[in-house]
Design a protein around this ligand. Structure first.
Ligand code: AMP
Length: 281
């Protein structure tokens, strides 16, 4: 596995591979890798000739009171995991390599972000889109792989690629979970062992929603109320949001029909977790 930290070197390497007609599968991450990230690599390996993973904790997508400084990092472990998973190139730039002191352009996402994490984390998706525009221009991928765990991110990225005509196919990948249903996340290390148990309420409440919908419930509000009660009765977590929308347009659904996204965010002592399910009705 090659490790590259300079943008220029990355672009030169990619130009060579492209010249040789190779397809490129790209897996952007913030590191502290787990099996969720590695499942994106497996998908990429199946589809593309060359797999590029980036590890970059992007300061622009964190709010002033969020966890940028204490976001977990372990590049030595990540290198080993990426290598074992079959990543061909690991792109690992410094913040100063990606962002100059003065930025002359500021991206502002105006659609799809007034709900879910977008409404709770102002500017988050501006940062996500900014870094992805840069990474896409550096890596020039044929395919880019994103976890459905960040469903709003998938919706925003698919729209960005469409609106700005990036010649890139976005491939959403299923959420990888612990055996008890907890979605794998770099941030799970911030749960106490008691909270790790309690955090299963996220997935359990999503399963409750699924059952209710399968039994014929079509009223979002009633489902959200039942999920809220379930979480409050089974954990100390504070609900940030529970919302139900169409996917990928993220519009409210008067009657649950079509592609339905049930998504939630819950705060524990030192960490805020998100999860969701996508249903076909
Ligand atoms: P992150 O490092 O958290 O920014 O995540 C990098 C990529 O991995 C994103 O596309 C995430 O959606 C994806 N991802 C994170 N957790 C999981 C998971 N449990 N299952 C599948 N994909 C995931």
């Amino acid at each position: 596995m090659q490790i590259i930290t300079a943008i220029k070197e990355m672009q030169e390497k990619i130009a060579q591979y492209k010249h040789n007609g190779m397809t490129i599968g790209f897996v952007p991450t913030m590191g502290f890798l787990h099996e969720g990230h590695l499942s994106l690599v497996q998908e990429a390996k199946q589809k593309a000739d060359l797999v590029v993973m980036s590890i970059f904790v992007n300061p622009l997508q964190f709010g002033p009171n969020e966890d940028y400084d204490r976001y977990p990092r372990d590049i030595v472990r990540d290198e080993q995991l990426a290598k074992n998973a079959g990543v061909d190139i690991l792109f690992y730039p410094e913040v100063t390599e990606m962002y100059k002191d003065t930025r002359y352009f500021h991206i502002s996402v105006s659609g799809l972000v007034d709900v879910l994490c977008g409404s709770k984390r102002p500017g988050h998706f501006d940062g996500v889109v900014t870094v992805l525009i840069k990474l896409f221009n550096i890596v020039l991928p044929t395919y880019a792989f994103f976890g459905k765990k960040d469903a709003q991110q998938v919706a925003v990225v698919m729209k960005m690629v469409e609106e700005f005509n990036f010649p890139i196919k976005i491939i959403p990948v299923e959420t990888v979970r612990e055996e008890d249903g907890l979605a794998k996340s770099s941030r799970n290390v911030y749960l106490t062992s008691e909270e790790k148990q309690e955090a299963t309420v996220l997935y359990k409440s999503l399963q409750l929603a699924k059952t209710l919908i399968e039994e014929g419930e079509t009223n979002s509000r009633s489902i959200i109320e039942k999920m809220t009660r379930f979480i409050q009765n089974h954990s100390q977590g504070n609900i940030d949001y529970i919302e139900i929308y169409s996917f990928p347009n993220l519009k409210p659904l008067p009657n649950l029909q079509g592609h339905v996204l049930v998504a939630l965010a819950v705060r524990f002592t030192n960490v805020r977790l998100i999860d969701n399910i996508l249903l076909e009705i």
